[in-house]
Design a protein. Structure first.
Length: 282
């Protein structure tokens, strides 16, 4: 049984036996009912393809919410990556963007290898792609595509995910947002990243999605097929338990594990620390 011993310098710990058995579960009546309800709204939004027009946030300008260690960490990220998310975004989007950038930076510090810069990059499950600017800051991709299966969900202000995404990518070079199921997306990429991909039922329902979108083996097999020779798949999971399920599915789909780490101190406090892992084609 292989395990990964993580560096203490990035506030991480030993995690994840790769040969752990995959938990077995059955969908309850409640889960099936909720899935059917979400499926109805999913079909409505996808069929309507509602757009109110490009949405832009009002920049907050300055962050005053943090003190001490977290403020110092944001200052480091600002210097290292030459970013000021608060000058483009409202406060919550700015903080979340620093948080994602921080997770990537800590993970690569642990890995001890140069981050991939340039090339074609896909983001799997992009939501409204609010973090596209953070990906540009870290990876400097030659092109970046965010792919989201439910791209027309309507928010309470009448704008859709599509509207938000168009605002987030409007000023970024060679960046696009596509509404489709990534399992059906066949373009190749040098780097593919997935933030908290669905690998179990509970998160799917929590995000108000039908259970039919839960197909991790098919998803990771598509990732393996889309990776260019020598390409890299980066996955971020919600804690060790979810990561163990995802690791099993990745391995079965033909991806080769390289390394992983658990990031225990982040800009946004989390009850469950994220686990970052790196994969290649077998």
């Amino acid at each position: 049984m292989d395990t990964v011993l993580l560096s203490e310098t990035t506030d991480v710990k030993e995690v994840l036996p790769l040969d752990a058995p995959l938990p077995q579960s059955r969908y309850s009546f409640s889960q099936r009912f909720r899935s059917g309800y979400h499926a109805l709204w999913y079909r409505l939004s996808d069929g309507l393809k509602w757009s109110r027009g490009l949405y832009r946030e009002t920049p907050v300008g300055h962050l005053t919410q943090f003190r001490g260690k977290r403020l110092a960490r944001i200052a480091v990220l600002q210097r290292r990556f030459d970013v000021r998310f608060e000058q483009q975004y409202a406060v919550m989007t700015a903080i979340k963007s620093y948080d994602y950038l921080d997770i990537l930076d800590q993970a690569w510090t642990f890995l001890g290898k140069p981050r991939p810069v340039g090339g074609v990059m896909h983001d799997v499950g992009a939501s409204n792609f609010w973090y596209a600017r953070a990906l540009h800051a870290f990876f400097s991709p030659a092109s970046l595509t965010g792919v989201e299966v439910e791209g027309y969900r309507i928010y309470s202000n009448g704008y859709s995910r599509w509207d938000y995404a168009q605002g987030y990518v409007a000023d970024l070079p060679r960046t696009s947002f596509k509404v489709c199921d990534y399992t059906q997306y066949t373009d190749s990429a040098d780097t593919i990243i997935a933030w908290f991909p669905f690998v179990s039922a509970a998160p799917v329902l929590a995000w108000r999605m039908p259970l039919r979108v839960l197909s991790p083996h098919t998803l990771f097999r598509r990732v393996a097929e889309n990776l260019s020779p020598g390409g890299l798949f980066v996955m971020v999971n919600q804690g060790c338990e979810e990561a163990m399920i995802a690791f099993d599915r990745c391995r079965r789909a033909g991806l080769q594990f390289e390394n992983s780490c658990e990031v225990r101190s982040t800009v946004r406090p989390r009850r469950i620390p994220p686990v970052v892992s790196w994969w290649r084609c077998c």
